[in-house]
Design a protein around this ligand. Structure first.
Ligand SMILES: Nc1ncnc2c1ncn2[C@@H]1O[C@H](COP(=O)(O)OP(=O)(O)OP(=O)(O)O)[C@@H](O)[C@H]1O
Length: 234
């Protein structure tokens, strides 16, 4: 399901910056992300990763520059953005009275997914949630909740997948499955933009890495190049 292939950048960041009051959380940044490619944002807490992700998916507007999706200014309430951009945020928000399966059903209804029950079963199995399909959120572990967030992004169509530290709360096996999943997304032509604290995830999945510090780009290039320059790898 999903993704259109093409060489043009789906996401274009043109001098994007963000100021909160007097604080410059993000200095101007330019970046293009094409279908089937992955860019990883890497940096310490507070370096500006989530700020950039929120702008890229239209949840926040830049105070400088422009963020474009498919050539149009990104806005969360744009039907095109809602239809084609799937987001996995950094916090878990669930309906306490809906089961795991019912959360996914809601998403498929909202996005008019064909053959939804089969997709839901597939995603539940892939994310190792099948045994918890009828569980309420308060009966899930933190890692299972994180898997539910991922599952909700995967049962719907998407051309751009934006993920904020998706490795959080996952055990090593689930992290390995996450890396394989993101590689498969790229192969399907989905553009992937993620923030991560895990160098291994970026190395396995990303074509390009942007290292941020205090809202500025301090290095960028392939993950191998950037991690070597940062001294994370020898
Ligand atoms: N709504 C806000 N109002 C004021 N300042 C904010 C707001 N959101 C973020 N900031 C500030 O912007 C800076 C960048 O924050 P951001 O959340 O983008 O960092 P991050 O790299 O995602 O960090 P983490 O790894 O902890 O998630 C921080 O100094 C933060 O305090």
């Amino acid at each position: 399901m999903t993704a259109r292939n093409g060489a043009d950048a789906l996401l274009q960041l043109r001098g994007v910056s963000r100021r909160y009051g007097d604080r410059q959380a993000l200095h101007p940044i330019d970046h293009d992300l094409a279908a089937g490619r992955c860019t990883a944002l890497f940096g310490h807490n507070g370096s500006g990763k989530s700020t950039l992700l929120r702008i890229a998916c239209g949840r926040d507007a830049p105070t400088g520059g422009r963020a474009l999706f498919a050539g149009r200014t990104v806005a969360e309430d744009d039907p095109e953005v809602r239809a084609r951009v799937a987001v996995v945020g950094d916090s878990v928000a669930c309906y306490p009275d809906l089961t795991v399966r019912e959360h996914l059903e809601l998403v498929t209804v909202a996005h008019a997914v064909d053959d939804a029950p089969a997709w839901i079963d597939q995603v539940l199995a892939d994310r190792r949630l099948a045994d918890h399909a009828d569980a309420l959120p308060n009966a899930l572990s933190s890692g299972q909740l994180q898997s539910l967030l991922l599952a909700a992004a995967l049962v719907r169509p998407r051309d751009l997948l934006v993920l904020d530290e998706p490795e959080q709360r996952l055990d090593p096996g689930a992290r390995a499955r996450l890396a394989a999943l993101l590689v498969a997304e790229k192969e399907d032509g989905v553009a992937v933009l993620l923030a991560t604290h895990q160098a291994e995830l970026a190395e396995e999945v990303a074509d390009h890495m942007i290292a941020l510090e205090d809202g500025r780009v301090i290095e960028q290039g392939t993950p191998a190049e950037v991690l070597r320059k940062l001294g994370v790898r020898s």
